[in-house]
Design a binder for this molecule. Structure first.
Ligand code: AMP
Ligand code: FE
Ligand code: FE
Ligand code: ZN
Length: 282
């Protein structure tokens, strides 16, 4: 077996302005390179538009871009984020699905603004839309920033705790695909599926084991929301169930989190090689 270089870092979870990230793919890639990363997956929420552009830019900066996406899904009413890698990002079924889901995201953003207006928060839809790039996935973070910058709340986080967090008065659910269907769709596109940031809520939880039964390929073991005990727990699960391990920073940039997170949360060259082996074994 070949030796792996333990110093090689792969960040398999980042966002750009094609969803709720702050940076363009090029700005993100430059920051990733400066942070010492050799591999980078851009995993925008429900959007693959960064990938082709990023692969080209990556070549110029000697950083390998891995095709990725973070799909908003749900299982038994609970939202689960499914990360996909190495899939055919030009697959028409996938592109149609994502395009339609972004339309649903837009309808939901309009409903959230209406609810805010009913709650006497005079946020204008335009204040939100002006922060969203063309065909990007509009999400609650865009609304949270608009609320904070319009001084309707004291901070980005207050937007969630007062208004738009899950079950708060201006919250509106997205019509998510089921996790089972998301995993199948990723399979049909030739990719690998991972449970994103399972965290405390999926420890010893049936949802975790049901997603494994549905055929998930791996678990995101390394994530800023995981402590040492979470990491040990999910690592054990991956070895017990012969699953792959991934990891990343979930970097969004701008107001959501700062650049210092890049280079600190990553997976190894060995785990990346295991992913590639599984693809070729399939
Ligand atoms: P959406 O996909 O539009 O429902 O937005 C979900 C995103 O909003 C998550 O990926 C987080 O980045 C952010 N978010 C959700 N809840 C909170 C919260 N309570 N505090 C801060 N950010 C949150
Ligand atoms: Fe996000
Ligand atoms: Fe997520
Ligand atoms: Zn993410």
């Amino acid at each position: 077996m070949r030796n792996f270089d333990a110093k090689i870092k792969a960040d398999l979870h980042t966002h750009t302005h094609y969803s709720d990230g702050y940076h363009t793919p090029e700005e993100l890639i430059i920051r990733a390179k400066e942070a010492g990363l050799s591999y980078l997956a851009i995993t925008d929420h429900d959007n693959v538009d960064a990938i082709e552009e990023a692969i080209e830019i990556g070549k110029a900066h000697s950083i390998e871009i891995i095709p990725g996406v973070e799909i908003s899904a749900e299982h038994k009413g609970r939202e689960t984020h499914i990360l996909a890698y190495y899939f055919d990002y030009k697959n028409e079924e996938l592109l149609d699905y994502l395009q339609n889901f972004r339309k649903e995201r837009m309808k939901r953003a309009i409903k959230i603004v209406e609810k805010l207006n009913e709650l006497d928060v005079p946020l204008q839809l335009e204040d939100v839309l002006s922060r969203v790039k063309g065909n990007a996935s509009i999400g609650r973070p865009h609304i949270a920033i608009a609320l904070a910058e319009g001084n309707f709340v004291n901070s980005y986080y207050d937007s969630f705790s007062k208004y738009i967090g899950d079950d708060k008065p201006a919250y509106v659910k997205k019509p998510n695909i089921s996790s089972r269907e998301a995993i199948k769709l990723i399979n049909r596109c030739g990719g690998l599926s991972f449970i994103a940031h399972p965290g405390k809520s999926l420890r010893n939880n049936n949802t975790l084991f049901e997603l494994i039964e549905f055929g998930i390929d791996g678990i995101e073991v390394i994530h800023p929301s995981h402590n040492e005990s979470d990491i040990d727990y999910f690592k054990d699960i991956t070895s017990q169930y012969f699953l792959l391990e991934s990891g990343g920073s979930d970097f969004h940039g701008g107001r959501i989190n700062d650049v210092s997170i890049l280079g600190r949360f990553y997976t190894t060259e060995q785990n990346l090689a295991a992913m590639k082996n599984r693809l070729f074994a399939a």
